[in-house]
Design a protein around this ligand. Structure first.
Ligand SMILES: Cc1cc2nc3c(=O)[nH]c(=O)nc-3n(C[C@H](O)[C@H](O)[C@H](O)COP(=O)(O)OP(=O)(O)OC[C@H]3O[C@@H](n4cnc5c(N)ncnc54)[C@H](O)[C@@H]3O)c2cc1C
Length: 406
């Protein structure tokens, strides 16, 4: 008989188990994979962007922003950072993004595992939790097979994103058994796919560009950064950061459009035209194609000219004002032929999950089932790229670990 069983040895489960064990609880951590923290290893391209100290609720998509603010308090975030310092993870901070000083995700995973061991957390790998029953204030895990029993249960089973790391959404079914409602789950932080014949031609281009999402012609989110043009569509951090809203708006059948700005530094309004006129005066005797080279990757130039219906052999001075404006509009407000997102295999996180309304924001205890705690990405909290998702996993896991100790 255990005091606490934690399901899932990912980010939130590991920290929850450690904090529960620190309060002298007997803790058993169950993980379906042969190794713990498999997903931690792939975070931040193997460097683990484990935190971001520039917290703002607008960096997250959740139905309950007020509750998220109550969880992600300054105090809780400071406590998580102090905890990491205490287990030897000194940060390397780049514009609010925290990485381990070693620049290796494995350092974070190993530091957590060592701390779990030193705190006497018992870990059992290769165990898939498929069923949980609650009888007389006790949780029984896999009653017909393993029959593991505890007073408290912390569910840290993650979402459906990146199933190869162990998360295929099985946690949602476990928590639904206790009456919890799951907000619709959709892929997020994921590339966008499109449908157009030119995608094959632009594949391989990496470009500094703006990516914006419009609903009914009004911009609702966007940022500038490196965009990868691929044969299925577009990828890159600024694409990921609008992808959750794309998933949601497509599901809601909203009228949305994704626009790319291939010259994001070029000013708005009339100045754009003047800028091109000046470039044309400066670089004489060039076709329009040659005029654009040096500004925009070659593969893209011919696509942009085709879409703007302008012959690549023409010179700038030969274009009508309308043609010039169409060309600039095509470069700066390129309408991506959006079809959808790639699937969970390519998603870093999921939108949706257990509603925050159904947990106590101070402890993460379920409001529907006493002594059940729900933490991490299985909850309806989806952050932008930049350490926001792990920050939520650590804070919620820490709160639950402390919660069972109280
Ligand atoms: C490629 C990639 C890169 C990312 N990079 C970053 C980044 O740099 N910064 C950032 O903040 N976020 C990043 N994320 C997101 C971040 O990793 C997750 O939000 C975070 O790991 C969620 O933590 P969690 O504990 O809720 O779930 P997970 O870390 O997914 O852990 C859940 C664990 O539960 C186990 N499990 C599931 N079901 C069961 C079951 N029934 N029985 C037993 N075990 C079970 C799983 O095997 C898994 O180990 C990235 C994600 C991916 C895929």
């Amino acid at each position: 008989m255990q005091d606490v069983i934690v399901i899932g040895a990912g980010a939130s489960g590991l920290i929850a188990a450690i904090f529960a064990a620190k309060s002298k609880k007997k803790v058993l951590l169950l993980e379906r994979n042969q190794q713990c923290g498999k997903k931690i290893l792939v975070t931040g391209n193997g460097r683990c962007n484990y935190f971001n100290d520039d917290y703002d609720v607008c960096r997250y998509i959740t139905k309950d922003e007020n509750l998220l603010n109550q969880i992600m308090t300054d105090q809780n975030r400071d406590d998580v950072l102090s905890f990491f310092e205490s287990i030897g993870i000194t940060p390397r901070i780049k514009e609010h993004y925290y990485y381990p000083y070693s620049n290796q995700a494995v350092s974070v995973k190993e530091a957590l595992l060592l701390e779990a061991k030193l705190s006497h957390v018992q870990i059992q790998n290769d165990i898939l939790v498929e069923d949980i029953v609650k009888e007389k204030d006790q949780f029984i895990i896999n009653p017909k097979k393993d029959h593991l029993v505890s007073h408290f249960l912390i569910l840290a089973a993650g979402s459906k994103a990146s199933p190869k790391t162990g998360t295929d959404g099985v946690g949602y079914a476990l928590v639904q058994k206790f009456g919890h409602i799951i907000e619709p789950v959709l892929p997020a932080l994921v590339p966008l796919k499109g449908q157009a014949s030119y995608l094959k031609s632009w594949s391989g281009v990496r470009i500094h560009a703006g990516v914006s999402l419009y609903e009914d012609g009004v911009k609702i989110k966007g940022e500038v950064g490196e965009v990868q043009l691929t044969e299925y569509g577009i990828s890159g951090i600024c694409v990921f950061n609008i992808s959750g809203l794309v998933s949601l708006k497509l599901k809601e059948k909203k009228n949305i459009e994704v626009r790319l700005d291939f010259l994001p530094e070029l000013a708005l309004g009339d100045k754009r035209l003047q800028w091109f006129e000046k470039r044309n005066r400066l670089i004489k005797n060039r076709t329009i194609e040659q005029l654009l080279e040096g500004l925009i990757p070659y593969k893209l130039v011919s696509i942009l000219l085709k879409i703007a219906k302008i012959s690549s052999f023409k010179h700038w001075d030969e274009l009508t004002l309308k043609e010039k404006e169409t060309l600039i509009y095509t470069i700066k407000s390129f309408s991506f032929p959006l079809e959808g997102t790639l699937s969970y295999d390519r998603a870093q996180v999921c939108l949706g999950g257990v509603s925050l309304k159904e947990v106590n924001p101070d402890t993460m205890e379920s409001l529907l089932c006493s002594n059940l705690y729900i933490v991490g990405e299985i909850l309806d909290v989806c952050g932008d790229c930049g350490g926001y998702n792990l920050a939520f996993a650590w804070v919620s896991g820490m709160l639950a670990g402390k919660g069972v100790g109280e």
